[in-house]
Design a protein around this ligand. Structure first.
Ligand code: GTP
Ligand code: SPV
Ligand code: MN
Length: 600
């Protein structure tokens, strides 16, 4: 029970429908967290890791039918189909409820319904938003303890106020008394991740994994929040936030939008290879940005933890993430060592001689298959990151001076490119494309347009979203707006290998961005935007051959011209909702490319 009549009424209505054995209001205490770990150990969901090696941490393996976000079954249920736009799956809200009600009826039999009040953003901060997730998954309760601020203190602040309603079930009732549970209950056949933007509701059925089930994250902080941001004049974005300090002690903040599994967590906490420069983390996945009274854009990280891609994470590639996951961490779908620690591809140069893989099979380096699922994840408190910024919980947020857009592109897109204006930067964001990754179920490596890295996360018509970005820029003082850039760490040479070493070396690009914002960095104009002038990208001590640097920075006119038909087809999807400003930018790009092409 709470002091909020609407909340109490909703909880009791949902409990009547879902028919759990018990209803538990989560208080957010560490005792409650420990209870969840214990429940998971008892049911076979979790194995406690060795207390000496990985204190207070658990290891979980999901059902192989439940390993990633399911975009195919993710729906925006706005009243009008047109509001969802061409890039979302739309379903009529009433029809959706008519499908979901029978599914949710009795879906929690034999289980406990947990009520999780959560705050996205520091509790009580004017920018924070409150939600309540109802779930039948102890794994979700424990994960929400890490990923959001949860419990009684949230209810105290909520009072009689409004909140986002999130109903979640793994969709696996225990129908018979004493029916044994499975280690990872889920519904292998039926999954629905549904959003009702007008009524600020989320209903998620059938999956217990990540963004499908931790409703504060992508469902609330991006899909629902993007609609609120549109209505209220701010931005809810799929962006990391970092602080960068130069050797003179001047600090700036940068936000960056990369699609899922394209390098946000890594960039947010990188160890710079450029001497004297410092990077600090504010957030690794989501940014909420609003204009301050001074006309500058300020960002907060609404989350409280990191839900990061495990494979590829090592002391070499992401030292600070490895430190953040030393304790108090939930590991899902990686491999287990015989001495109850975890391992995944590339964690160490030499794999352990024996492991149990994520599918519970014995594994050795000779097995010839991966031991961790490619979307294996760690879930750890953000406060454990050694380079977490002092300002990370500042309710005011941090002043953003640059925003980067970037995808995973083997060809065409150069290492870094500064937009000519806010409108041009919005254009670059809108035509971003990237190869798909294991973060979502389906094909990996398929090139698709992923505007602003928001394709799976924008809760309304993407054409209106572009318009919102242009409007934000038009209303602001141009001198106070962040500068916009496009980056690409993933360009490959003819041998199929990455041309750019990435990771810590990306600090060289961040340094150039910093210097552009500071007014000291030099650039050259090209048809696609401003690239580093010769000598202005700090390459001291970097062992990349000049020929590879030429390729990674190359503006290939022919290749850009060859992309234009796909860009036009992408734009046609948005019909009359495509803002004129972006049509103008496309025409201007084409003209500049043709002019440059004629000169060659
Ligand atoms: P989500 O959490 O799914 O949103 O992903 P993310 O954007 O946080 O990506 P993350 O930083 O976890 O990186 C995903 C994968 O890309 C990992 O396997 C990394 O090792 C790899 N990666 C990250 N940064 C770089 C880079 O600069 N170069 C290369 N080649 N790979 C990188
Ligand atoms: C992503 O896919 O962008 C993630 C993982 O960060 S999930 O939380 O599952 O959405
Ligand atoms: Mn991440």
């Amino acid at each position: 029970m709470s002091k909020n009549k609407q909340l109490d009424a909703w909880v009791s209505e949902m409990a009547t429908m879902c028919q759990p054995d018990a209803v538990v209001w989560c208080d957010g205490s560490s005792a409650e967290y420990d209870r969840m770990l214990h429940v998971m150990e008892q049911s076979g969901t979790a194995i406690r890791l060795d207390e000496g090696k990985r204190p207070h941490s658990i290891y979980v393996r999901s059902d192989p039918a439940d390993v990633a976000r399911v975009e195919e079954f993710t729906f925006i249920c706005s009243m009008s189909k047109d509001d969802a736009g061409p890039t979302n799956n739309w379903k009529d809200p009433a029809e959706t409820k008519a499908i979901l009600t029978p599914l949710f009826t009795g879906c929690m039999k034999g289980r406990t319904l947990y009520v999780i009040p959560y705050s996205m953003g520091p509790i009580g901060s004017p920018i924070a938003k409150i939600g309540v997730e109802l779930t039948d998954s102890p794994y979700v309760v424990a994960s929400m303890h890490i990923m959001a601020r949860v419990g009684t203190k949230v209810l105290d602040v909520l009072g009689e106020g409004e909140f986002v309603r999130g109903l979640h079930s793994v969709g696996a009732p225990l129908e018979k008394d004493g029916q044994p549970d499975t280690p990872w209950p889920c519904n292998a056949k039926t999954k629905y991740i549904c959003h009702f933007p007008e009524t600020r509701e989320i209903m998620s059925y059938g999956s217990g994994y990540g963004g499908n089930a931790l409703l504060g994250k992508k469902c609330h902080a991006l899909r629902i929040a993007s609609v609120q941001a549109r209505d209220e004049g701010w931005l809810a974005e799929h962006m990391l936030i970092l602080g960068i300090t130069n050797p003179e002690g001047v600090k700036k903040y940068i936000a960056a939008a990369f699609p899922s599994a394209c390098g946000k967590t890594n960039l947010a906490m990188l160890q710079p290879t450029v001497p004297g420069w410092k990077i600090e983390t504010i957030g690794d996945d989501i940014a909420w940005m609003k204009f301050g009274a001074d006309g500058h854009l300020y960002a907060i990280n609404p989350e409280f933890g990191f839900f990061g891609v495990a494979p590829g994470t090592s002391l070499k590639s992401n030292f600070n993430a490895m430190k953040a996951i030393e304790r108090n961490t939930i590991f899902t779908n990686c491999a287990l060592t015989p001495d109850r620690d975890i391992w995944w591809e590339e964690m160490t140069d030499t794999p352990p001689a024996e492991l149990t893989d994520w599918l519970r099979r014995p594994w050795t380096p000779a097995s010839g298959r991966k031991t961790a699922h490619p979307n294996a994840r760690f879930c750890a408190p953000a406060s454990q990151c050694p380079v977490i910024s002092r300002e990370w919980e500042d309710p005011k947020g941090v002043r953003i001076d640059a925003i980067l857009f970037g995808g995973r592109r083997a060809t065409v897109v150069p290492l870094v490119n500064e937009a000519l204006s806010w409108q041009h930067g919005t254009f670059l964001g809108s035509i971003m494309s990237s190869e798909t990754t294991a973060a979502a179920a389906g094909a990996v490596g398929a090139l698709r347009f992923d505007p602003f890295a928001m394709l799976p996360f924008c809760g309304y018509h993407m054409g209106d979203y572009f318009g919102h970005w242009l409007k934000i820029g038009a209303k602001a003082d141009p001198a106070r707006l962040p500068r916009l850039f496009n980056v690409n760490w993933f360009r490959k040479g003819a041998d199929g290998k990455f041309l750019w070493p990435g990771y810590g070396e990306n600090s060289r690009v961040l340094k150039w961005v910093f210097e552009r914002v500071a007014g000291t960095g030099k650039a050259v104009d090209t048809p696609i935007g401003r690239l580093p002038a010769p000598g202005s990208l700090d390459l001291a001590g970097l062992s990349v051959p000049p020929s590879a640097m030429d390729q990674v920075l190359k503006v290939d006119i022919e290749a850009w011209l060859a992309e234009l038909p796909a860009v036009r087809a992408h734009y046609e999807k948005f019909g009359d909702k495509l803002p004129q400003g972006l049509k103008d930018e496309l025409a201007a790009l084409e003209k500049r490319l043709q002019g440059a092409g004629a000169k060659v």
